[in-house]
Design a protein around this ligand. Structure first.
Ligand code: SF4
Length: 357
Protein backbone atom coordinates (compact mmCIF):
# COMPACT_ATOMS: atom_id res chain seq x y z
CA UNK A 1 0.00 0.00 0.00
CA UNK A 2 1.17 3.52 -0.61
CA UNK A 3 1.92 5.44 2.60
CA UNK A 4 -1.02 7.60 3.64
CA UNK A 5 0.94 10.82 3.94
CA UNK A 6 -1.19 13.88 4.44
CA UNK A 7 -0.89 15.01 0.80
CA UNK A 8 -2.07 11.62 -0.43
CA UNK A 9 -4.94 11.69 2.07
CA UNK A 10 -5.94 15.03 0.60
CA UNK A 11 -5.86 13.66 -2.95
CA UNK A 12 -7.93 10.64 -1.92
CA UNK A 13 -10.43 12.88 -0.11
CA UNK A 14 -10.66 14.95 -3.27
CA UNK A 15 -11.30 11.85 -5.38
CA UNK A 16 -14.21 10.83 -3.14
CA UNK A 17 -15.64 14.32 -3.17
CA UNK A 18 -15.39 14.74 -6.95
CA UNK A 19 -16.66 11.30 -7.97
CA UNK A 20 -20.41 11.88 -8.18
CA UNK A 21 -21.30 9.39 -10.94
CA UNK A 22 -19.96 6.12 -12.39
CA UNK A 23 -16.81 6.69 -14.45
CA UNK A 24 -14.37 4.32 -16.17
CA UNK A 25 -10.83 5.57 -16.62
CA UNK A 26 -8.45 3.59 -18.81
CA UNK A 27 -4.84 3.37 -17.71
CA UNK A 28 -3.24 2.84 -21.11
CA UNK A 29 0.13 1.56 -20.00
CA UNK A 30 1.09 -1.80 -18.50
CA UNK A 31 3.52 -0.06 -16.15
CA UNK A 32 0.57 1.88 -14.72
CA UNK A 33 -1.41 -1.36 -14.34
CA UNK A 34 1.37 -2.96 -12.29
CA UNK A 35 1.90 0.18 -10.22
CA UNK A 36 -1.84 0.40 -9.45
CA UNK A 37 -1.71 -3.14 -8.07
CA UNK A 38 1.58 -2.68 -6.21
CA UNK A 39 0.47 0.51 -4.50
CA UNK A 40 -3.01 -0.76 -3.59
CA UNK A 41 -4.64 2.23 -5.24
CA UNK A 42 -7.93 0.47 -6.03
CA UNK A 43 -8.65 0.13 -2.31
CA UNK A 44 -8.46 3.94 -1.98
CA UNK A 45 -10.80 4.81 -4.83
CA UNK A 46 -14.44 5.83 -4.55
CA UNK A 47 -16.79 2.97 -5.47
CA UNK A 48 -18.03 4.67 -8.66
CA UNK A 49 -14.55 5.10 -10.13
CA UNK A 50 -13.51 2.07 -12.16
CA UNK A 51 -10.03 1.57 -13.60
CA UNK A 52 -9.72 -0.46 -16.79
CA UNK A 53 -6.44 -1.63 -18.26
CA UNK A 54 -5.58 -0.72 -21.83
CA UNK A 55 -3.40 -2.01 -24.67
CA UNK A 56 -0.10 -0.55 -23.44
CA UNK A 57 2.00 -3.69 -23.25
CA UNK A 58 3.97 -4.26 -26.49
CA UNK A 59 4.20 -8.01 -25.98
CA UNK A 60 0.43 -8.32 -25.47
CA UNK A 61 -0.55 -6.51 -28.66
CA UNK A 62 1.85 -8.38 -30.95
CA UNK A 63 -0.42 -10.23 -33.32
CA UNK A 64 -0.33 -13.98 -34.00
CA UNK A 65 0.46 -13.26 -37.67
CA UNK A 66 3.50 -11.22 -36.63
CA UNK A 67 4.79 -14.08 -34.48
CA UNK A 68 4.13 -16.45 -37.38
CA UNK A 69 6.32 -14.25 -39.62
CA UNK A 70 9.12 -14.35 -37.02
CA UNK A 71 8.89 -18.16 -36.86
CA UNK A 72 9.18 -18.38 -40.64
CA UNK A 73 12.41 -16.34 -40.47
CA UNK A 74 14.09 -18.75 -38.04
CA UNK A 75 12.87 -21.67 -40.15
CA UNK A 76 14.59 -20.07 -43.13
CA UNK A 77 17.92 -20.05 -41.30
CA UNK A 78 18.11 -16.50 -39.96
CA UNK A 79 19.27 -15.69 -36.44
CA UNK A 80 16.30 -13.88 -34.92
CA UNK A 81 17.21 -11.55 -32.05
CA UNK A 82 14.64 -10.01 -29.76
CA UNK A 83 13.78 -9.02 -26.18
CA UNK A 84 13.33 -11.90 -23.73
CA UNK A 85 9.57 -11.54 -23.19
CA UNK A 86 8.90 -12.10 -26.88
CA UNK A 87 10.14 -15.69 -26.79
CA UNK A 88 7.08 -17.05 -24.99
CA UNK A 89 4.46 -15.18 -27.03
CA UNK A 90 2.42 -17.87 -28.74
CA UNK A 91 0.78 -18.16 -32.12
CA UNK A 92 -1.18 -21.19 -33.30
CA UNK A 93 1.96 -23.03 -34.40
CA UNK A 94 4.24 -22.32 -31.46
CA UNK A 95 6.54 -19.59 -30.20
CA UNK A 96 10.13 -18.49 -30.59
CA UNK A 97 10.88 -20.40 -27.37
CA UNK A 98 9.54 -23.62 -28.89
CA UNK A 99 11.61 -23.01 -32.05
CA UNK A 100 14.67 -22.42 -29.89
CA UNK A 101 14.14 -25.73 -28.11
CA UNK A 102 13.99 -27.39 -31.55
CA UNK A 103 17.50 -26.05 -32.20
CA UNK A 104 16.76 -22.93 -34.24
CA UNK A 105 18.76 -19.77 -33.59
CA UNK A 106 16.85 -17.31 -31.44
CA UNK A 107 18.95 -14.78 -29.52
CA UNK A 108 17.85 -12.68 -26.55
CA UNK A 109 19.08 -9.09 -26.50
CA UNK A 110 18.65 -6.42 -23.87
CA UNK A 111 19.12 -3.48 -26.23
CA UNK A 112 18.65 -2.90 -29.94
CA UNK A 113 22.34 -2.06 -30.31
CA UNK A 114 23.28 -5.61 -29.18
CA UNK A 115 22.01 -6.76 -32.57
CA UNK A 116 24.77 -4.86 -34.38
CA UNK A 117 27.38 -6.80 -32.38
CA UNK A 118 25.58 -10.06 -33.17
CA UNK A 119 25.58 -9.28 -36.89
CA UNK A 120 29.29 -8.50 -36.74
CA UNK A 121 29.97 -11.76 -34.92
CA UNK A 122 28.10 -13.78 -37.57
CA UNK A 123 29.01 -12.18 -40.92
CA UNK A 124 27.91 -15.29 -42.86
CA UNK A 125 24.43 -15.40 -41.33
CA UNK A 126 21.36 -13.24 -41.77
CA UNK A 127 20.59 -11.57 -38.43
CA UNK A 128 17.07 -10.17 -37.98
CA UNK A 129 16.00 -7.91 -35.14
CA UNK A 130 12.40 -8.60 -34.15
CA UNK A 131 11.63 -5.05 -33.08
CA UNK A 132 8.61 -4.51 -30.81
CA UNK A 133 7.37 -1.72 -28.61
CA UNK A 134 5.76 1.69 -28.72
CA UNK A 135 7.31 5.10 -29.28
CA UNK A 136 9.56 4.50 -26.27
CA UNK A 137 11.56 1.71 -27.91
CA UNK A 138 11.25 2.59 -31.60
CA UNK A 139 13.92 5.36 -31.42
CA UNK A 140 16.45 2.70 -30.33
CA UNK A 141 15.53 0.60 -33.37
CA UNK A 142 15.90 3.66 -35.59
CA UNK A 143 19.37 4.25 -34.12
CA UNK A 144 20.27 0.61 -34.83
CA UNK A 145 19.28 0.97 -38.49
CA UNK A 146 21.46 4.05 -38.87
CA UNK A 147 24.32 2.27 -37.09
CA UNK A 148 23.98 -0.74 -39.42
CA UNK A 149 24.21 1.57 -42.41
CA UNK A 150 27.24 3.36 -41.00
CA UNK A 151 29.06 0.11 -40.20
CA UNK A 152 28.06 -1.55 -43.48
CA UNK A 153 26.26 -4.44 -41.75
CA UNK A 154 24.62 -5.90 -44.84
CA UNK A 155 23.58 -9.08 -43.01
CA UNK A 156 21.42 -7.16 -40.51
CA UNK A 157 17.73 -6.42 -41.04
CA UNK A 158 14.77 -5.39 -38.90
CA UNK A 159 11.32 -6.93 -38.74
CA UNK A 160 9.51 -3.86 -37.45
CA UNK A 161 6.49 -4.74 -35.36
CA UNK A 162 6.56 -1.35 -33.64
CA UNK A 163 3.19 0.15 -32.76
CA UNK A 164 2.05 3.76 -32.48
CA UNK A 165 -0.03 4.75 -29.47
CA UNK A 166 -2.31 7.60 -30.67
CA UNK A 167 -4.11 5.58 -33.39
CA UNK A 168 -5.14 2.78 -31.02
CA UNK A 169 -6.43 5.31 -28.49
CA UNK A 170 -8.50 6.89 -31.26
CA UNK A 171 -10.10 3.48 -31.89
CA UNK A 172 -10.80 2.89 -28.18
CA UNK A 173 -12.08 6.42 -27.62
CA UNK A 174 -14.46 6.05 -30.55
CA UNK A 175 -15.91 2.70 -29.45
CA UNK A 176 -19.28 3.48 -27.82
CA UNK A 177 -19.40 -0.02 -26.30
CA UNK A 178 -16.38 0.69 -24.12
CA UNK A 179 -17.78 3.78 -22.37
CA UNK A 180 -14.36 5.16 -21.46
CA UNK A 181 -14.66 8.37 -19.44
CA UNK A 182 -11.03 9.46 -19.58
CA UNK A 183 -7.46 8.33 -20.17
CA UNK A 184 -4.47 8.12 -17.90
CA UNK A 185 -1.83 8.54 -20.62
CA UNK A 186 1.52 6.72 -20.65
CA UNK A 187 4.22 9.01 -19.26
CA UNK A 188 7.17 7.45 -21.05
CA UNK A 189 5.53 7.55 -24.49
CA UNK A 190 4.76 11.23 -23.86
CA UNK A 191 8.42 11.85 -22.97
CA UNK A 192 9.10 11.11 -26.65
CA UNK A 193 5.95 12.43 -28.35
CA UNK A 194 5.04 15.33 -26.07
CA UNK A 195 1.46 16.53 -25.65
CA UNK A 196 0.20 17.31 -29.15
CA UNK A 197 -0.36 13.77 -30.53
CA UNK A 198 -2.90 13.14 -27.73
CA UNK A 199 -4.70 16.48 -27.90
CA UNK A 200 -7.43 14.96 -30.12
CA UNK A 201 -8.75 12.97 -27.14
CA UNK A 202 -10.22 15.95 -25.27
CA UNK A 203 -10.68 18.11 -28.39
CA UNK A 204 -12.45 15.63 -30.70
CA UNK A 205 -13.70 12.97 -28.28
CA UNK A 206 -14.47 15.12 -25.24
CA UNK A 207 -12.40 12.87 -22.98
CA UNK A 208 -10.31 14.29 -20.12
CA UNK A 209 -6.79 12.93 -20.58
CA UNK A 210 -3.90 13.24 -18.18
CA UNK A 211 -0.23 12.39 -18.61
CA UNK A 212 1.01 10.75 -15.42
CA UNK A 213 4.16 9.13 -14.10
CA UNK A 214 4.26 5.75 -12.47
CA UNK A 215 4.38 6.27 -8.71
CA UNK A 216 1.15 5.84 -6.77
CA UNK A 217 0.99 9.53 -5.96
CA UNK A 218 1.28 10.44 -9.66
CA UNK A 219 -1.51 8.06 -10.59
CA UNK A 220 -3.80 9.45 -7.88
CA UNK A 221 -3.03 13.00 -9.00
CA UNK A 222 -3.85 12.05 -12.59
CA UNK A 223 -7.16 10.52 -11.54
CA UNK A 224 -7.98 13.56 -9.43
CA UNK A 225 -7.38 15.82 -12.45
CA UNK A 226 -9.71 13.69 -14.61
CA UNK A 227 -12.43 13.88 -11.95
CA UNK A 228 -11.86 17.60 -11.52
CA UNK A 229 -12.45 18.12 -15.24
CA UNK A 230 -15.60 15.99 -15.11
CA UNK A 231 -16.96 17.90 -12.16
CA UNK A 232 -16.60 21.15 -14.14
CA UNK A 233 -17.85 19.76 -17.44
CA UNK A 234 -14.42 20.30 -19.03
CA UNK A 235 -12.15 18.14 -21.11
CA UNK A 236 -8.54 19.01 -21.68
CA UNK A 237 -5.12 17.45 -21.95
CA UNK A 238 -3.26 17.89 -18.68
CA UNK A 239 0.01 16.64 -17.27
CA UNK A 240 1.02 15.86 -13.71
CA UNK A 241 4.40 14.60 -14.97
CA UNK A 242 6.01 17.89 -15.91
CA UNK A 243 9.36 16.90 -14.40
CA UNK A 244 9.83 14.29 -17.19
CA UNK A 245 7.51 15.27 -20.05
CA UNK A 246 8.06 18.44 -22.02
CA UNK A 247 5.09 19.62 -24.09
CA UNK A 248 7.18 19.32 -27.26
CA UNK A 249 8.54 15.86 -26.32
CA UNK A 250 12.04 14.74 -27.23
CA UNK A 251 12.81 16.46 -30.50
CA UNK A 252 15.92 14.40 -31.24
CA UNK A 253 14.05 11.10 -30.83
CA UNK A 254 11.11 12.33 -32.91
CA UNK A 255 13.44 13.45 -35.69
CA UNK A 256 15.05 10.01 -35.67
CA UNK A 257 11.63 8.33 -35.89
CA UNK A 258 10.58 10.60 -38.76
CA UNK A 259 13.78 9.86 -40.66
CA UNK A 260 13.87 6.08 -40.32
CA UNK A 261 10.19 5.08 -40.20
CA UNK A 262 6.95 5.71 -42.00
CA UNK A 263 3.58 4.91 -40.48
CA UNK A 264 1.55 2.01 -41.83
CA UNK A 265 -1.43 -0.16 -40.92
CA UNK A 266 -0.63 -2.74 -38.27
CA UNK A 267 -2.46 -5.69 -36.73
CA UNK A 268 -3.13 -5.49 -32.99
CA UNK A 269 -3.83 -8.80 -31.28
CA UNK A 270 -7.49 -9.18 -30.55
CA UNK A 271 -8.27 -5.67 -31.77
CA UNK A 272 -7.65 -5.92 -35.52
CA UNK A 273 -5.83 -3.92 -38.14
CA UNK A 274 -5.61 -0.20 -37.33
CA UNK A 275 -4.58 2.30 -40.04
CA UNK A 276 -1.34 4.21 -39.39
CA UNK A 277 -0.77 2.39 -36.11
CA UNK A 278 2.57 0.76 -36.98
CA UNK A 279 6.03 1.76 -38.11
CA UNK A 280 7.67 0.39 -41.26
CA UNK A 281 11.18 1.27 -42.41
CA UNK A 282 11.24 4.21 -44.79
CA UNK A 283 12.21 3.63 -48.44
CA UNK A 284 15.62 5.19 -47.77
CA UNK A 285 16.39 2.32 -45.33
CA UNK A 286 14.54 -0.39 -47.28
CA UNK A 287 17.71 -2.47 -47.59
CA UNK A 288 17.46 -3.16 -43.84
CA UNK A 289 13.78 -4.14 -43.97
CA UNK A 290 13.39 -7.87 -43.25
CA UNK A 291 9.96 -7.93 -44.91
CA UNK A 292 11.51 -6.83 -48.21
CA UNK A 293 14.66 -8.90 -47.85
CA UNK A 294 12.75 -12.11 -47.18
CA UNK A 295 9.63 -11.23 -49.23
CA UNK A 296 7.50 -11.64 -46.10
CA UNK A 297 3.84 -10.78 -45.93
CA UNK A 298 2.38 -10.39 -42.46
CA UNK A 299 -1.24 -11.53 -42.35
CA UNK A 300 -3.39 -10.92 -39.26
CA UNK A 301 -3.45 -14.22 -37.35
CA UNK A 302 -6.30 -16.33 -36.03
CA UNK A 303 -7.38 -16.00 -32.41
CA UNK A 304 -6.07 -18.63 -30.05
CA UNK A 305 -8.95 -20.87 -28.91
CA UNK A 306 -10.45 -19.65 -25.64
CA UNK A 307 -8.06 -16.70 -25.19
CA UNK A 308 -9.83 -13.38 -24.63
CA UNK A 309 -6.78 -11.10 -24.82
CA UNK A 310 -8.58 -8.77 -27.24
CA UNK A 311 -11.36 -8.17 -24.71
CA UNK A 312 -8.79 -7.69 -21.93
CA UNK A 313 -6.74 -5.22 -24.01
CA UNK A 314 -9.80 -3.09 -24.75
CA UNK A 315 -11.07 -3.13 -21.17
CA UNK A 316 -14.23 -5.11 -22.03
CA UNK A 317 -13.39 -7.73 -19.42
CA UNK A 318 -10.84 -8.14 -16.65
CA UNK A 319 -8.59 -11.23 -16.71
CA UNK A 320 -10.54 -13.15 -14.02
CA UNK A 321 -13.50 -13.08 -16.44
CA UNK A 322 -11.52 -15.28 -18.85
CA UNK A 323 -12.31 -18.96 -18.16
CA UNK A 324 -8.66 -19.89 -18.75
CA UNK A 325 -7.25 -17.43 -16.19
CA UNK A 326 -5.21 -19.27 -13.52
CA UNK A 327 -6.51 -22.57 -14.97
CA UNK A 328 -5.03 -23.44 -18.35
CA UNK A 329 -3.30 -20.05 -18.55
CA UNK A 330 -0.49 -19.13 -16.14
CA UNK A 331 2.85 -17.26 -16.55
CA UNK A 332 4.64 -20.63 -16.76
CA UNK A 333 2.27 -21.84 -19.42
CA UNK A 334 0.70 -18.79 -21.09
CA UNK A 335 -2.15 -19.35 -23.52
CA UNK A 336 -2.20 -15.73 -24.64
CA UNK A 337 0.35 -12.90 -24.72
CA UNK A 338 -1.30 -10.88 -21.93
CA UNK A 339 -0.06 -13.57 -19.53
CA UNK A 340 3.53 -13.50 -20.85
CA UNK A 341 4.98 -10.16 -19.84
CA UNK A 342 5.21 -8.91 -16.26
CA UNK A 343 3.42 -5.80 -17.58
CA UNK A 344 0.72 -7.76 -19.36
CA UNK A 345 -2.69 -7.27 -17.75
CA UNK A 346 -3.28 -10.99 -17.18
CA UNK A 347 0.25 -11.42 -15.80
CA UNK A 348 -0.31 -8.50 -13.42
CA UNK A 349 -3.68 -9.86 -12.27
CA UNK A 350 -2.10 -13.31 -11.81
CA UNK A 351 0.52 -11.90 -9.44
CA UNK A 352 -1.53 -9.35 -7.53
CA UNK A 353 -5.27 -9.94 -7.81
CA UNK A 354 -6.74 -11.52 -4.71
CA UNK A 355 -10.36 -11.26 -5.74
CA UNK A 356 -10.97 -8.14 -3.71
CA UNK A 357 -9.97 -5.29 -6.02
S1 SF4 B 1 -5.97 -15.34 -18.99
FE1 SF4 B 1 -4.69 -16.17 -20.65
S2 SF4 B 1 -6.13 -17.00 -22.14
FE2 SF4 B 1 -7.27 -15.58 -20.82
S3 SF4 B 1 -7.21 -13.59 -21.84
FE3 SF4 B 1 -5.48 -13.67 -20.43
S4 SF4 B 1 -3.76 -14.42 -21.66
FE4 SF4 B 1 -5.64 -14.89 -22.82
Amino acid sequence: MIPLRSDISLIVDGLHRLNTRPLSVMEVCGTHTVSIFRSGIRSLLPPDLRLVSGPGCPVCVTDQGEIDAALSLVERGAIVATYGDMLKVPCDRGSLASKRSEGYDVAIVTSAMDVAALAEKHPDREVVFLAVGFETTSPATAALVKEAEQRGLSNLSVLSLHKRTPPVLAVLAGDPGLKISGFLLPGHVCVILGHEPFSFLPRDCGLPSVIAGFEGEQILLGLAEILRQYSRGESSLASVYGRAVRPEGNEKARTLLDEVFVSRSAPWRGIGVIPDSGYALAERYGVFDAERRFSLTIEPGKSLPGCRCGDVLTGKITPPDCPLFRMACTPLSPVGPCMVSSEGTCGAYFRFYKGDS
